[in-house]
Design a protein around this ligand. Sequence first.
Ligand SMILES: Cc1cc2nc3c(=O)[nH]c(=O)nc-3n(C[C@H](O)[C@H](O)[C@H](O)COP(=O)(O)OP(=O)(O)OC[C@H]3O[C@@H](n4cnc5c(N)ncnc54)[C@H](O)[C@@H]3O)c2cc1C
Length: 321
Amino acid sequence: MNHMYNLAIIGAGPAGIATAVESYMLGIRDIVLLEKDVNHNSTIRKYYKENKRVDKDWKGQKVELDGRIYFVDGTKESTLDFFDEIIDNHSVELQTHSEVQSIVKKTDVHEQEYFEVSVGERVINARYVVVTIGRMGKPNKPEYKIPPSLKKKVGYTLEGCEGGESVLVVGGGDSAIEYAVDLAALNEVSICYRRETFRRANPTNQRNISNAIMHKELQAILGVDIHGVEDDAGRVKVLFNEKEPMSFDRVIYAIGGTTPSAFLASSGIKEEDGKPVHDENYETNISGLFVAGDITQESGGSIALGLNHGYAIACFIQSKV
Ligand SMILES: Cc1cc2nc3c(=O)[nH]c(=O)nc-3n(C[C@H](O)[C@H](O)[C@H](O)COP(=O)(O)OP(=O)(O)OC[C@H]3O[C@@H](n4cnc5c(N)ncnc54)[C@H](O)[C@@H]3O)c2cc1C
């Protein structure tokens, strides 16, 4: 039989790293952290712009940290450095390029339960498993079809934005506002949101977007829905409800992520109302199998919330081993 880990964690974002580090600090050993990408924190690397301000109280939610990881406001770069440091200082076995496909519960010859975690052709065995794969693996996409010819002009991150373009950002949350305000320094930017105000965003972002609109650094198209996009000789023609179409060089959707339902189903984790079912210890319907971080939240969580989930799970597992 393969090596038996005490704990396997799927996804090396803030929640996964916190689960590993807090568990280690509580004396649990033999922990493996499996990450599908080339490095930890692929959501932060792909979706945060360079030098982005990272707020501990994201989306205006004040979170008191429960565990021993001391996380404070910073930037994208300082946050990644912080996670590098805590991984290194707590002997976390991080395996990158390790995309998990499924988790199956088994019983060994001593009637002890364990999990088989499938990573491509490999199988990793562990007594406990925590799924922290987030929601940004599949960003929310519009319901209408994007013509294939516009693939390079329509996206979900800032990839490809080099400046000097007319850009439409779709969405009204913190990420959309931060993208729009940042892009406005080098582009002609509009932001389209189906509601009339940006009240969902945190106070700093509300202030930043109001200032940018007031100083005509960008244009806000509020209370308007989009029902389609068309190729307009290489530009993106946006079809608004109750408003004349407009064409842009680029359109960026910043409308959150989706629950990885196929992954949950393939591992037997029940889902209700778009979220995996779990109890107060984040244990799912399968005992010994946990979920933490953004995956437990309907419309995205925060780094601090993920850290707290990791700590809670570490305490619970420690009480069992
Ligand atoms: C643009 C933007 C700005 C934000 N700004 C802030 C902010 O300022 N402050 C804040 O607190 N929060 C912010 N957030 C939210 C924050 O990034 C998330 O709440 C946080 O990253 C969630 O952590 P997580 O560990 O649950 O998931 P994630 O960070 O999404 O990490 C999941 C990890 O799992 C990996 N993975 C996925 N599938 C598999 C698989 N099958 N096998 C192995 N690995 C897998 C992914 O590659 C990824 O590394 C922002 C989000 C966005 C999109």
